[in-house]
Design a protein around this ligand. Sequence first.
Ligand code: IPM
Ligand code: MN
Length: 358
Amino acid sequence: MKQADKNIAVLRGDGIGPEVVNEAIKILDVISEKTDLRFNFNNGYIGASAIDKFNHPFPDSTKEICNTSDAILFGAIGDPKYDNNPKAKIRPEDGLLEMRKYLGLYANVRPIKVYESLINASPLKANILDNTDFVVFRELTGGIYFGDKGFDNKNNSAFDTCRYTKDEIVRISHLAFKEAEKRRKLLTLVDKANVLETSRLWRDIVQNISNEYKNVEVEYLFVDNAAMKIITNPSHFDVILTENMFGDIITDEASVITGSLGMLPSASIGDKISLFEPIHGSYPQATGKNIANPMAMILSASMMLDLSFGLKKYSEIIEKSVSDALDNGIVTEDINKEKNYSTTYVGSWISERVKKLL
Ligand code: IPM
Ligand code: MN
């Protein structure tokens, strides 16, 4: 008899999403076989593939699957046929945004970690990158993404509104402070308080909360300045806390300096359920070619084991197996142009390694 059943919603999505999700499932299956854990996978549609099938990017059947699961594994969404069509009525991205709001996934956590064997792939010099290891807490269900917006055909104008409530800022701030306590104890609030009212609210609230975390040093950086510092002195940062739009931009910036977009996982934390997805997108040019890097997805599954199920031991085994794959040159073409392996080969290699280490 298996001791603990975990129900996992599996939303493969578009492009390379399905291929990388399959590799993460290989790893979870190995853990299931060798332990008394059992993972049940419930498949749902999202994004462009859901529009094709249900004419909706986040259909009811997928909502139901998410509502009855313990965690969500998410591949990627997006399809070029929507990107250059500003008049498209439904978009894959709408499904993602609706899902975040519907499930209350309010904190997007993106660890930015540099792998020794990939330092030369970074656009930054190795000495600048040395010791870079930080994590961004991006607010995910508020701000300009979700404020009032509209077109005014008469005046040929359009508007998007950025609005934040105190509660929205408080809950993610506590998560970020708690993380800082476990790390180097430096929290950087990134905002634009010299211009924006919402940023002044963030500063005020974070200043107040900081009284509860006396051992955490807090600094405040304007987002333009932070964008420079992520390039010129990335090892300075420990925990960055920021609102939705700034977080979107600086996490893309932060992810490329590691030289390994295909390596970076993320978690979107909610009160009831959390979602785990790679930072990279649907990479349509690689779809079906068995060349996509599955490591970010595999590491996202590892974050799920730790954060949603409290199985840190297994999450560490997965991380070790991924870094063993890197050290042995078992990598996809994004990491090594000359000598590389397929998505399925890399996934199988890592799952064999996990099996050995369990
Ligand atoms: C991300 C993506 C999304 C965002 C898009 C696809 C809506 O860029 O997850 O960072 O802007 O949040
Ligand atoms: Mn983004």
